[in-house]
Unconditional design. Structure first.
Length: 238
């Protein structure tokens, strides 16, 4: 696909051409998505954020795989992406869904520098916070969100303890997972309940866009009054 509006950044090497599905996902913001792909393929590789073997798979395995998560997020939601790394899934979401208010949380300096540089060059309205999700100062800045996202950050039990305190009651944690998501959910239901989570389910998004579809574990933060009942249900499922 050739995009007449796209101009590679100065000094950029040729990045993979976007598949036809990219236009369906990003629409008139596809040039921004291509700019991000080019940044990952160059600076991302040079700084050790993306492995060079991932470059041919940037669109399907990384960018589109993350962008389709927007199907599960309501309009104008406040989203916190924890352990954002090179910006996945936060940056693709920000490009595909400019209505979202996105904060990226990442502890490593070299990664936050990459994120800040790209966000400024692309003109995205995204906030970068250096720190870890479990730190009180990060919770103070990024807490109260509608949705918290993550990708390849930690096992579910630990992830819930980091993620759920960042959303308000009835907010959701959306964790991109692999084919073993259902087994992970069965294993960690008790931990989810102890962390204040409930109504957990395995969802798919991007059906017909990415192959295989993106697998997401969705967990709702329950109001305190409902948490005991959820813990009791988790015990009965053993």
């Amino acid at each position: 696909m050739t995009d007449p509006e796209y101009s590679p950044p100065p000094g950029a090497v040729a990045e993979p051409e976007p598949p036809a599905a990219a236009e369906r996902v990003f629409g008139d913001r596809l040039p921004l998505a291509r700019r991000y792909c080019a940044a990952l393929a160059t600076a991302g590789v040079e700084r050790g954020l993306i492995g060079p073997r991932e470059v041919p798979r940037l669109w399907d395995r990384h960018i589109l795989n993350c962008a389709v998560l927007g199907e599960l997020i309501p309009a104008s939601a406040a989203v916190v992406d924890i352990g954002s790394g090179a910006g996945l899934p936060g940056i693709p979401l920000a490009i595909a869904r400019p209505d979202l208010r996105i904060t990226l949380v990442e502890p490593l300096l070299r990664r936050t520098i990459f994120l800040a540089e790209f966000i400024e060059s692309a003109g995205l309205e995204v906030t970068v916070v250096r720190g870890r999700a479990e730190q009180p100062d990060v919770r103070k800045v990024a807490g109260g969100a509608d949705v918290v996202t993550s990708r390849a950050v930690a096992p579910l039990a630990k992830l819930a303890k980091w993620s759920l305190p960042l959303v308000h009651d009835r907010g959701r944690m959306l964790a991109l997972k692999g084919s073993s998501a259902a087994e992970e959910l069965d294993r960690d239901r008790d931990d989810l309940a102890r962390a204040g989570g409930g109504h957990a389910q395995v969802l798919e998004c991007g059906v017909g866009i990415v192959d295989p579809p993106t697998v997401v574990l969705s967990v709702e933060r329950l109001p305190r009054a409902e948490r005991r009942a959820e813990r009791n249900q988790a015990k009965r499922r053993r």
